[in-house]
Design a protein around this ligand. Structure first.
Ligand code: PAD
Ligand code: ZN
Length: 361
């Protein structure tokens, strides 16, 4: 391979400062060092977390190359890398799996402690050490996983974030039960995947909440039985949900990232056994308070990252489940655009037109 051992000059999207529009630039991608993997990206999704990072809601050090929901092919590997080889199809992992830290060794949860690494003495956060908005990227071996060679690379990137986060929150974290009632706050990429998981688990009623009614038809097609737009209600949305279900839902999910909708999700839960799952990511200084009395009656509040899946162990299994027609990721991807049309893709995202727009390299 003629790129082997050489620095590659390629196109990447750079966030230079908070809230500025991304700038497509030529960057130099060095060969992988020991323990690193260089990937030729094939596809990457635009996730709400990328938008949060660009806006500074998830604080990262500027300038950085955003993107984490990526699928690609290994171009070359550094010394000591054994789990992937050049030519392998891979997904990038926004949460790595080192298999050594206390989080990885515990059967519950997945929030690996090796989230950060240093570069030239500065701390770089792992979310964007995946940096998939680039034709080539270099990631640590713990942040990449080999997948089935039959995977369709123009779509499979959503199994690197949207599918495990949403579908996994419902089927793996909450373990939604047949015949149960659910409410999903936010019907974007993650919320849509949650709806899919609730439906697959046999929920009898799925209430979808969003301020953008353009999201409702697709949400209904995925399994939402009732749509609520809080802006059109004369009462707080949680009261509407309680009235619709008698005493509250069995499972509530928040997929927006706002303190007020997290509280609304909690208040929508059945007073005795309701489970409230938070997947939305909020700014670091954001806080919410719950009525203390509502806590002692038995409800559960749980934050969930990537559906609690151990990423390296489980993402290849999700890919296989898709290839075996056990999960259908296709309705979660509404747009596909060439990478150099990134700005158009973000316009569509900000206009609320997309569930997931996948960029193709
Ligand atoms: P998205 O922008 O596709 O969806 C957000 C949805 O929320 C949109 O449909 C909005 O219209 C809707 N919305 C916005 N404000 C309100 C409101 N006040 N009331 C009701 N609806 C509203 O983003 P996404 O689905 O990609 O991501 C959603 C969140 O999940 C975001 O906070 C992201 O950072 C987080 C996330 N978490 C994980 C994880 O593992 N925990 C992974 C990936 C994304
Ligand atoms: Zn994501």
């Amino acid at each position: 391979m003629d790129t082997l051992g050489k620095t590659i000059t390629c196109l990447a999207a750079i966030a230079w400062k908070t809230n500025s529009s991304l700038s497509l630039e030529e960057v130099q991608v060095e060969p992988p060092k020991a323990g690193e993997v260089r990937i030729k990206m094939i596809s990457t999704g635009i996730c709400g977390s990328d938008d949060h990072a660009i806006k500074g809601i998830i604080p990262l050090k500027y300038p950085f190359i955003p993107g984490h929901e990526g699928a690609g092919i290994v171009e070359s590997i550094g010394e000591g890398v054994s789990s992937v080889k050049p030519g392998d199809k891979v997904l990038t992992l926004i949460v790595p799996q080192c298999r050594e830290c206390s989080a990885c060794l515990n059967p519950k949860g997945n929030f690996c402690e090796k989230q950060e690494f240093t570069c030239k003495g500065e701390k770089i956060y792992h979310s964007f050490r995946t940096s998939t908005f680039s034709e080539y990227t270099v990631v640590p071996e713990i942040s990449v996983v080999k997948i089935d060679a039959a995977a369709p690379m123009d779509k499979i990137c959503v199994i690197s974030c949207e599918v495990p986060t949403g579908y996994g929150a419902a089927v793996h974290s909450a373990k939604v039960t047949p015949g149960s009632t659910c409410v999903v706050f936010g019907l974007g990429g993650i919320g849509s995947a949650i709806v899919m998981g609730c439906k697959a688990s046999g929920a009898s009623r799925i209430i979808g909440v969003d301020i953008n009614e353009e999201k409702f038809p697709r949400a209904r097609a995925l399994g939402v039985t009732d749509c609520l737009n809080p802006s059109n209600l004369k009462k707080p949305v949680q009261e509407a949900v309680k009235e619709m279900t008698g005493i509250g839902v069995d499972f509530a999910f928040e997929a927006i990232g706002l303190a007020e909708t997290m509280v609304a999700a909690w208040d929508s839960c059945h007073v005795s056994h309701g489970v409230c799952i938070i997947t939305g990511v909020s700014p670091p200084n954001s806080k919410f308070s719950l009525s203390a009395q509502t806590v002692s009656t038995g409800r559960t509040l749980k934050g969930v990252c990537l559906g609690d899946y151990k990423t390296k162990d489980c993402f290849p299994q999700l890919v296989t489940a898709y290839l075996q027609n056990k999960i259908n990721i296709d309705p979660l991807i509404t747009h596909q655009l060439p990478f150099d049309q990134l700005h158009k893709a973000f316009e569509l995202y900000h206009a609320g037109k997309t569930i997931r727009c996948v960029l193709l390299f």
